[in-house]
Design a protein around this ligand. Structure first.
Ligand code: NCD
Ligand code: ZN
Length: 343
């Protein structure tokens, strides 16, 4: 196959940042995706519907004239998000999820949730109005091995939360383990998961290829090969519980190449192309459209996109760096060749 045409896809998990940084990266996402669930972990975080709607206006203000792209907004859940905020979010018609960052789990998560029980009234309201909880599923217990944190979160927090709120819609974001795949497979239709391109393409060896590789560091961190294989199987299975979310998370080069480099991999410059590589390796290009353009929209009760994109088999070289506000950004596969090109 030398050409793939897909219904326009959606990215159900992306970090667009704000200000000049956002202006630099937004077009990469808007060229490929019709809609994207935009993460609220700005500094300060987007806690209210009003803040999310202002951010939405800033995004729309930076879009190229001819872009047809709809940002789907989210709220950042805190210990004291009031249930009334959930009602406002739902009523707005523009907020499509509420993001749970366990406090301290990842970039800009210090305002996150310290104990899930503090949010029970808010979760109850979300269950009632059908607003999905988008979960960064990692335990923050420093005693737990960093490679086991997803599994620990599922056992200790997510499982019990779903027992308490059995109809709560939940997206377990950027899953990285076989355990997460199995959890999502056996739970009800109200539980789904996003999978990134980088977790489909790399295992944890990629962090240490000939030396430490800060541009392969993200959270949840890359896992063993057996887990990568489980993710590929899930993504290419046709199971509608699994869909595309890039978790493209740009950071300035200096913030990554540092004594304490921050977590996040930038993939928006070649997002759908990178997924095509992973699906082709699995001999499952025919499953890409469901994963990228159908399953997620259905889960979020969004109409299917109109129009299509086409990928052609043509080599192009990823630039060594991209502009990122006044700084530089190192994209995934910088300086390497990608065999699929957006027509
Ligand atoms: C994300 C970021 O940089 O905002 N980083 C990452 O490694 N994925 C935060 C997140 O989604 O965990
Ligand atoms: Zn993310």
């Amino acid at each position: 196959m030398d050409r793939i045409t897909l219904r326009r896809p959606d990215d159900f998990h992306v970090h667009l940042r704000d200000g000049p940084a956002m202006a630099s990266v937004l077009a990469d996402t808007a060229r490929r995706f019709a809609r994207a669930i935009v993460m609220p972990n700005l500094k300060p975080p987007l806690r209210t519907t009003a803040q999310a709607l202002h951010y939405r206006d800033r995004i729309l203000g930076e879009l190229p004239e001819d872009a047809e792209f709809e940002p789907l907004m989210t709220l950042y859940l805190t210990d004291d998000t009031p249930p009334e905020e959930i009602s406002r979010a739902k009523l707005s018609g523009r907020v499509h999820g509420v993001k749970l960052y366990p406090a301290g789990a990842t970039t800009h998560s210090d305002a996150g949730v310290t104990r899930i029980s503090r949010c029970f009234h808010t979760l109850e309201k979300m269950e009632e109005v059908g607003l999905p909880l988008l979960v960064h599923g990692e335990s923050t217990d420093p005693a737990i091995d960093v490679f086991d944190r997803e599994q620990a979160f599922i056992e200790e927090t997510l499982g019990p939360t779903l027992e308490r709120f059995p109809r709560l819609k939940v997206v377990l974001e950027h899953i990285t383990t076989r355990d997460a795949v199995q959890f999502v497979e056996v739970t009800g239709a109200n539980v789904a998961a996003t999978i990134t391109a980088h977790h489909l393409l790399m295992n944890r060896n990629a962090l240490f290829m000939g030396g430490i590789r800060p541009h392969h560091y993200c959270l949840p961190v890359l896992k063993r090969e057996e887990h990568r294989e489980a993710l590929v199987e899930a993504a290419t299975s046709g199971n509608p519980k699994f869909f595309l979310g890039t978790d493209s998370a740009p950071h300035a080069r200096a913030a990554k190449e540092a004594g304490c480099g921050c977590a996040g991999i930038y993939t928006a410059h070649g997002a759908i192309e990178l997924y095509a590589i992973a699906f082709e390796e699995a001999h499952a290009l025919d499953q890409l459209e469901g994963f990228a353009s159908v399953h997620g929209a259905r889960f979020y009760n969004l109409p299917p996109n109109r129009g299509s994109i086409t990928l052609v088999r043509e080599d192009w070289t990823v630039p060594e760096t991209l502009a990122f506000g006044g700084e530089a950004l190192v994209p995934l596969r910088a300086g390497e060749t990608i065999p699929w090109k957006l027509a």
